[in-house]
Design a protein around this ligand. Sequence first.
Ligand code: N01
Length: 532
Amino acid sequence: MADELKKYDALIVGAGVSGLFMSYRLKKMGLSVLVVEKADQLGGTWNWNRYPGARCDIPSLEYSYQFDEDLQQDWNWSEKYSAGTEILEYLKHVAERFDLKEGINFEEEVVRAQYNEKNALWSVKTNKSEYQSKFCIFATGCLSVPNKPEIKGLESFKGELLQTASWPREQIDFTGKNVAIIGTGSSSIQTIPEIAKDVKNLYVFQRTPNYSIPSNNGPMDVEVEKNVKSRYSEFRKENYLNGFGIASDSGEAFISESDLEEVNAQLEENWNSSGLGFFGGYADIPVDVNSNEVAANFVRNKIKAVVNDPETAEKLCPKYHIGGKRLCVDTGYFETFNKENVHLIDINQNPISQVDAESIEADETYQIDTLILATGFDAITGALTGLDIVGRNEINLKDQWKEGAKSYLGLGVSNFPNLFTITGPGSPSVLSNMMPSIEQHVNWIANCIGWMSENNKSVIESTETAEEEWMKLVNEIADTTIFTSTKSWYNGSNIEGKAKSFLPFIGVPVYTEKLEEITAADYQGFVFDKSN
Ligand code: N01
């Protein structure tokens, strides 16, 4: 039976930004490749998150592929921060241009992947078929499994139930409707100003307020574009040398050693221009709680200056360390709370007690037509632990990661030979510009497979020791920052029952240096052709 299965050199799970580029690299190397994608079209994040206002919070000149010079010269973005729809068009263009659609099976979902030690092949079972593959590559994204909270009575709601992370393709008409939205993270902060334009009433159920920086978005500045395109590769390299891998002022000044007036002037400049680069110029905001408080207070004062009602403004002011939860970038978010049809409900004081056929209940009962869940994701590991991925000795990845995910470089996992993850736990991933981080991983995996072939190696696997030491380093670095002392999806705190451990590697340049060192030392920390 097993011999009849279709065989590939590499099976890639997911046809988003990473799966597309991975298939491009491997096909170019002459490998037989199959991509399976559970959606009915490519695009990953940008296919699922179609809510009004969805847009990238990293400028498009940076959030785009760099692997092909002609592509990056030819493509023109219409705005500084492109809308999700435009990014989806871009990804479709890339797929067409490089002939990537051939070889993607859509509406096919992996249910189980099992490593067979006898023939060193993965058996991958989907809802439609079963395959064998030498390499199994998970390009399943860091924010791809929506978190659906347990709310009493939710299933009895008779109105329209929407989730930002799996938004329908057709346009939703909110005109004259009473709408409730639960959650105030990035997705909600992007969609609230858009939805508020048409609704009769918008009820925003907030558990934790968020820091958000204005995007100052607008049409693409052609001079900026021209300048970047004239030196694109240097521009990319410079950005990737910054801690979070994005363009920002890389000055190493400390707020703790600076004149406060100067600090506020710099933060004002950042506020007016930098979006996610708001910390730019000051290296101690993520590591020194007092300096962090200066930046946090700056944002709180901005919120209070924008929002007319002092009580609402106070509720919108976050109290935790700025940056501890992912910073948001918005277009008119705080201003929206000055509209008479927008109501902020603090559910810390009055938690949501239940949802009924036509209402939601917290401090009072709100009659609603539409309920939107903007409640986030089972981040970084959810797409992997949600499947049955079975490695050596029948070990299931979800069991191996029960006490917290461990990975070597975010690329390999011990006991799971010839399995790669793109931007897995322990890599900069969500604490960096995802595009270049994805390209870095895809290139690494492709080069590693090429190296194995040249050196007559068939099976690669990271060692437990390398993995332990790597995750120790990830945590040691994180412990020097404010990231571990804030509840966030970076450390699993948003999902009930999930192990609490900090997963991203903080610091793109250090990560890159280590990755290069390890690779140059013939993939130190990995073993090849380990006997069973
Ligand atoms: O999700 P989130 P998101 N009852 O987890 C609340 C990326 N992104 O989809 O903070 C009530 O940030 C939860 O409250 P709390 C970006 O990296 C990128 O908004 O847990 N509330 C929180 O307010 C971002 O960080 C772009 O107390 C509940 C919210 O729901 C990441 O995706 C655009 C609840 C979830 O916020 C996730 O953002 C959009 C409950 N039971 C997103 N459960 C780009 O521009 C959860 N909440 C690329």
